[in-house]
Design a protein around this ligand. Structure first.
Ligand code: URA
Length: 434
């Protein structure tokens, strides 16, 4: 088989066979297919698309480029959750301990923040000592001990994806529903889970800006998961404005702990409880939706979710005292308030703009090689729908470096709109795909 023939076939809009797709991924994994041919095929796939069968074969080939973890010695239905990324989206830190406290084993493999969207690993690493680089053996031990492990991708999981993602990043081939689906699902299928809940974000701060594109991505992800034996469902949730009030790593850990203590903002609680209830149902520890939700809320009020988070932190080498003493988390002394320019109601607080400003402060990265500052970030003081007087704080920037603050202020200048009347109520969860 010649790579150039496979490229030309896809270039001309024809379907590839399973053998051709396997040949492509085997070449990428072994390093025998040159980057220029892999890139050409990626571009052909982006422009021409793939059928459901081709996408499933691509995902399967990527899963088999590494190991498929065997978690069969851990009893129970293992359930993970994945979000397509957003601003202030810290639900993983809340739902993993809640689901584990309710009896669902949660082997969670997450990513790092990139661009304006944050990543679970960065948030967890703001807890002093917390290790996300557990080996697969350590992960299994943590899972057996606490019912939850929160780790990063190991090099054995879908190595073809790592190479392809790096190429896509620099060849303008990220935004393909086929390629995104195969990338996400190959890693999730390889981690050895039985079921998966997806949170596909939609709106200005999301990968997919329109609800129609988000639904197409959700349908693609769900069909790949179910076809490969991982029971998968998705919600489509709004990401026009930050979720919750905190954006930035340590700030988001604090807000997550607040939710586990029974506090926290209503939007964050709503999405977290919804996703956790779905995990309980997929994990077969609750007979119906009402019961699942009752168990999740009970794990908050009883403190069992908080206790589970303490155990997870301790098991992964972190300082569990952060749960009771937030001063043990990194923080900055630099604070700067951004005030409402006039009286009225906050009608828009743009997720992407706030996310970019927090990256400018140092909370995120523009390229995967950048280092981050766990302490900096942005607190939302007046969220969408809330009334403000002229001069009231809308955002509080936590900064370390004055020059970065100046750039971030420049960036947030366009983040908010203050209107005469409150905006129409918006749905937080706009759809689901099963
Ligand atoms: N996240 C991934 O893991 N892969 C993509 O292609 C996009 C988002």
């Amino acid at each position: 088989m010649r790579a150039v023939d496979v490229i030309m076939k896809k270039r001309d809009g024809r379907g590839l066979s399973q053998e051709e797709i396997r040949f492509f991924i085997a070449g990428v994994t072994a390093g025998t297919l040159p980057d220029y041919q892999a890139s050409a095929l990626l571009m052909a796939i982006l422009l021409r698309g793939m059928s459901a069968d081709e996408t499933a074969w691509l995902t399967d080939a990527m899963v088999h480029s590494g190991v498929r973890v065997d978690l069969s010695d851990i009893p129970g239905v293992k359930v993970d959750k994945h979000s397509t990324g957003g601003v202030g989206d810290k639900t993983s830190l809340i739902l993993a301990p809640l689901a584990a406290a309710c009896g669902v084993p949660v082997p969670m493999m997450s990513g790092r923040g990139l661009g304006h969207s944050g990543g679970t690993l960065d948030k967890l690493e703001s807890i002093p000592g917390f290790r996300v680089d557990l080996s697969l053996q350590e992960m299994k031990a943590a899972l057996a001990r606490t019912g939850c492990a929160m780790i990063g991708q190991t090099s054995q999981i879908a190595p073809a994806d790592k190479k392809l993602y790096a190429l896509r990043d620099v060849t303008g081939t990220v935004e393909s529903i086929t390629l995104i689906s195969a990338s996400i699902m190959s890693k999730k299928i390889a981690e050895g889970i039985d079921a998966l809940v997806l949170d596909v974000k939609t709106g200005s701060g999301a990968f997919m800006k329109t609800e129609a594109d988000s639904r197409r991505l959700a349908e693609s992800l769900v069909s790949i998961g179910n076809a490969s034996g991982v029971k998968t469902e998705a919600i489509i949730s709004a990401m026009d404005t930050p979720l919750g009030r905190a954006v930035g790593n340590a700030l988001e850990v604090i807000e997550s702990i607040d939710v586990l203590k029974g506090g926290g903002p209503a939007d964050l609680i709503a999405v977290s409880v919804d996703l956790t209830a779905r995990m309980l149902l997929l994990g077969r520890v609750a007979p119906n939706r009402a019961d699942a939700e009752r168990r999740v809320r009970n794990a908050i009020t009883s403190g069992s979710g908080l206790e589970k988070f303490r155990q997870i932190i301790e098991t992964q080498g972190g300082d569990p005292r952060v749960v009771d003493d937030y001063s043990r988390l990194p923080s900055t002394t630099g604070r700067h308030l951004v005030a409402a320019p006039r009286a009225g109601f906050v009608t828009r607080l743009d997720a992407e703009v706030v996310g970019r400003a927090s990256v400018t402060l140092g909370a995120g990265r523009d390229t995967i090689a950048d280092t981050i500052d766990p302490a900096v970030g942005i607190l939302v003081k007046a969220a969408v729908g809330e009334g403000v007087q002229k001069g009231d704080p809308v955002l509080e920037l936590h900064y370390r470096d004055r020059a970065r603050l100046e750039s971030a202020l420049h960036a947030v200048a366009d983040a908010m709109t203050i209107g005469e009347a409150p905006p129409p109520a918006r749905a937080l969860i706009v759809g689901e795909v099963r």
